[in-house]
Design a binder for this molecule. Structure first.
Ligand SMILES: *Cc1c(COP(=O)(O)O)cnc(C)c1O
Length: 235
């Protein structure tokens, strides 16, 4: 497809996603400015990120370090400067790499990972924003902290020098009603904000369930498929 063809496809999809977000906000009695769209560009090329940035997308999400690192570099060389959100499971030995390009790491779910990121971020000019990933159903194998771990991880991020605790992130379990999952997440966010008043972000909602997430206070929705199309690989 030509660049122009891709651009107009992305523009059409983007305006549909914005319409969904606007409608969900109106239904929830929330101003649309409260919700930031994070375009999840995993598996798609840097050229798509550049086109999306040209269409006004300010935030992009990636879930694999190697792919994200090279894409971020290509996008930077093309002159676009979106905010990069890392949203995938992260091994501690990738912490240094991620802190080079990421503005936000949304998937921090252990004290050890928080500590590794804090060490890696020590020489950054800007603090690294961190969201603590919550495991809604307690099955932490798929990522996320559950139970008291959530508070341990949050406290460790909040007290680490170059990290800034931004809030919480979650993926609704496939076998849960999204409303039930995001209501639970909202409750945890309220508890977190009591202890850490600036940690107000709630990253929740994907292509299939963004309306439910907005109903329950999402400040960030992470949208891949509805924006860029179906991905080939299961990821
Ligand atoms: C891939 C991914 C998304 C985007 O999912 P879509 O259903 O394609 O919108 C959101 N969040 C995370 C953590 C992801 O890995």
């Amino acid at each position: 497809m030509t660049d122009e063809g891709r651009r107009s496809d992305l523009a059409a999809a983007l305006s549909q996603v914005h319409a969904r977000i606007d409608q969900a906000c109106a239904a929830a009695g929330r101003p649309a400015e409260e919700v930031t769209l994070v375009a999840v560009t995993k598996t798609y090329p840097a050229s798509d990120v550049v086109l999306l940035a040209g269409l006004g997308v300010t935030d992009v999400g990636e879930n694999r370090d190697q792919e994200a690192a090279s894409k971020a570099e290509q996008v930077r060389l093309a002159g676009a400067t979106p905010r990069w959100h890392f949203i995938g499971q992260l091994q501690r030995n990738k912490a240094r790499s991620v802190t080079r390009y990421a503005d936000v790491v949304e998937s921090v779910d252990s004290v050890r990972l928080a500590e590794a990121l804090a060490r890696a971020a020590a020489d950054r000019a800007e603090p690294l924003e961190v969201l603590v990933q919550v495991s809604i159903d307690g099955d932490t194998a798929r990522g996320g902290a559950a139970g008291d771990d959530l508070w341990r991880v949050s406290d460790s991020v909040a007290t680490a020098g170059r990290l800034q605790l931004g809030g919480v992130m979650a993926v609704a379990p496939t076998d849960w009603e999204p409303d039930r999952a995001f209501e639970l997440l909202h409750g945890l966010s309220e508890r977190l904000v009591k202890v850490h008043p600036s940690a107000t972000a709630i990253s929740a909602g994907m292509s299939g369930d963004l309306e439910a997430a907005v109903r329950h206070g999402a400040t960030h929705v992470r949208i891949g498929t509805s924006l860029l199309g179906m991905r080939n690989a299961l990821r």
